[in-house]
Design a protein around this ligand. Structure first.
Ligand code: FNR
Length: 198
């Protein structure tokens, strides 16, 4: 199973990146092929329909392919003002913009339709960015993703990682594992259904 793991932050000391690294390691331990994507490696401008009309930016096209080729995604999002950051919204908005000149990519949800998605968040606050999830999940559903029911919000993220940047607390690791395992289970079920109906 190919799993795309990414954080909704480009900050150098990002807690969500640390959580995404932990998720990536734990997902690999379960036999999956993991791509840990850094959104900051892609030059994605702020969405503007004029830019779209003059041609989809190269890095948007690259990301469309990356997201498309992974049947499962796991996202670790920060919470900004009780929602998820503009970085995540802007990236997903660009990815859902159809490429009118291309018969294959002239489809808003080609990159996202049928993907199984696990959602986590991390915050230095007590709620762990939980409120970001209640906004991000409807966006993912709009993109025609299957969001798994288990989620995890890592509170007090500033003290949650040990010196090796692994999650220090077993209870947190168990809850992260539940999200990963549901994502892998659902993605393989969907894949085998799709294969069986071809
Ligand atoms: C925040 N932060 C924040 N935290 C939270 O738990 N609830 C919130 O509503 C907000 N709001 C918010 C708004 C803005 C504009 C910023 C910049 C920050 C704090 C946020 O959780 C903290 O900066 C995290 O460290 C961001 O995630 P990364 O970059 O560590 O992954």
């Amino acid at each position: 199973m190919k799993v795309l793991v990414f954080a909704g932050s480009t900050r150098s000391g990002s807690f969500n990146r640390k959580l995404a690294r932990e998720v990536a390691a734990m997902t690999r331990e379960r036999g999956a092929e993991v791509t840990h994507l850094e959104l900051g490696d892609y030059n994605i401008p702020m969405y503007n329909a004029d830019l779209e009309a003059s041609g989809t930016p190269d890095d948007v096209m690259k990301l469309k392919y990356v997201f498309h080729e992974h049947p499962a995604w796991i996202v670790c999002t920060p919470e900004y003002n009780a929602s998820y950051p503009a970085l995540v919204k802007n990236t997903l908005d660009w990815l859902s913009s159809p490429v009118k000149s291309d018969p294959v990519w002239n489809d808003d949800f080609r990159f996202s339709r049928g993907k199984v998605v696990g959602v986590l968040s991390a915050s230095p606050g007590a709620l762990g960015g939980l409120r970001s999830q209640s906004h991000l999940i409807p966006l993912l559903l709009n993109l025609q993703c299957w969001v798994v029911p288990r989620t995890f919000a890592l509170g007090h993220a500033g003290t949650a990682f040990d010196a090796q940047e692994r999650l220090a607390d077993d209870a947190s690791r168990r809850r992260v594992a539940a999200v990963i395992e549901q994502t892998l289970w659902a993605a393989s079920r969907l894949q085998s259904e799709q294969t069986a109906t071809k």
